[in-house]
Design a protein around this ligand. Structure first.
Ligand code: C2E
Ligand code: MG
Ligand code: MG
Ligand code: MG
Length: 279
């Protein structure tokens, strides 16, 4: 529905008023249906050592298959899920389903799970996670939670509090998409994370010719130096070519993930291609 109002020049202008809200409502109920109706599934993207491609573990990524619209990217629905509070239910599903899958993997393979700052802020988040770990018997040291860098800056004290509680549980924490958010070195200092993930934006341009490439190599190199000085692990994300992997090896980046190795795979394919193949 559109409301007419007087424009500055005296003619009517039309502003959409209720339309976006209706669309929002529809999507919100679709998300709710999705959670109830089992439309969320998980894929697992392998993380490997850069030097020999030895398997370290996998990052779990949620997928929403809508009955009419097909597969919808988390980049599209996670923000809405955060705004509506449905993220708690979706996140709980992801954690439970991913942990039960990863329980079948041999130690010391690790599972990395993305969590929204909205989830982290929930007063019962760590308590529920502790209960889930106890119930499943999954080793907390093999679980990493990925939190995006923007999350830290928006709500640093709440997130830092949650990270402390997670550390006490023995769970690892990684700063996702490092270098693209607004976090400062102070955030890194105070956060007590275990790891940082170099964003795809830097990896993508690693082999670009000229100034662009050399700038991105300098950024990756500096990030690796900083991480080493602070005692943080590093994962490079979005590695698509062997040339990028070679450069990462040269720069001393220990772990990578990306289409070069594999995209997110359903649990069965991940097991067949990456677990059965292990010697
Ligand atoms: P992210 O955690 O930084 O995940 C990396 C994204 O890059 C994933 O997109 C992955 O499929 C994609 N990717 C991986 N390797 C490559 C590559 O080599 N090239 C390119 N071009 N892309 C690559 P996806 O699955 O669409 O997820 C997007 C974002 O949604 C994630 O970014 C994460 O922030 C969020 N997300 C995904 N699953 C969950 C979840 O279960 N919970 C929450 N809270 N957020 C999630
Ligand atoms: Mg991630
Ligand atoms: Mg990332
Ligand atoms: Mg990213």
């Amino acid at each position: 529905m559109y409301l007419a109002k007087r424009g500055g020049e005296g003619h009517a202008v039309f502003t959409p008023v209720t339309q976006p809200r209706i669309a929002h409502l529809t999507l919100e109920s679709a998300l709710y249906e999705a959670l109830r109706g089992g439309q969320f599934t998980l894929v697992f993207q392998p993380q490997v050592r850069v030097v020999d491609r030895g398997l370290i573990g996998a990052e779990v990524l949620v997928r929403w298959t809508h009955p009419d619209l097909g597969v919808i990217s988390p980049a599209e629905f996670i923000p809405l899920a955060e705004a509506t509070g449905l993220i708690d239910g979706i996140g709980a599903f992801v954690l439970r389903a991913a942990l039960s899958e990863a329980l079948t993997w041999p130690a010391p393979l690790r599972l990395s799970v993305n969590v929204s700052p909205v989830q982290l802020r929930h007063p019962q988040f760590t308590g529920r996670l502790a209960a889930l770990l106890a119930e499943t018997g999954f080793d907390p040291a093999r679980l990493t939670l990925e939190v995006t860098e923007t999350a830290f800056i928006n709500d640093l004290s709440a997130v830092t509090g949650a990270v402390r509680a997670l550390r006490a549980l023995g769970v690892r924490v990684t700063v996702d998409d490092f270098g693209t958010g607004y976090s400062t070195l102070m955030t890194l200092r105070d956060l007590l994370a275990h790891e940082l993930k170099i964003d795809r934006a830097f990896v993508r341009e690693l082999c670009a010719p000229g100034r662009k490439g050399s700038q991105n190599r300098a950024i990756v190199q500096a990030t690796l130096g900083l991480a080493q000085a602070l005692g943080l692990q590093v994962v490079a994300e979005g590695v698509e070519t062997q040339a990028q992997a070679d450069l990462l090896a040269e720069l001393g980046c220990p772990v990578m993930q990306g289409y070069l190795i594999a995209p997110g795979l359903d649990a069965e394919t991940f097991r067949q291609q990456f677990l059965n193949a292990r010697t």
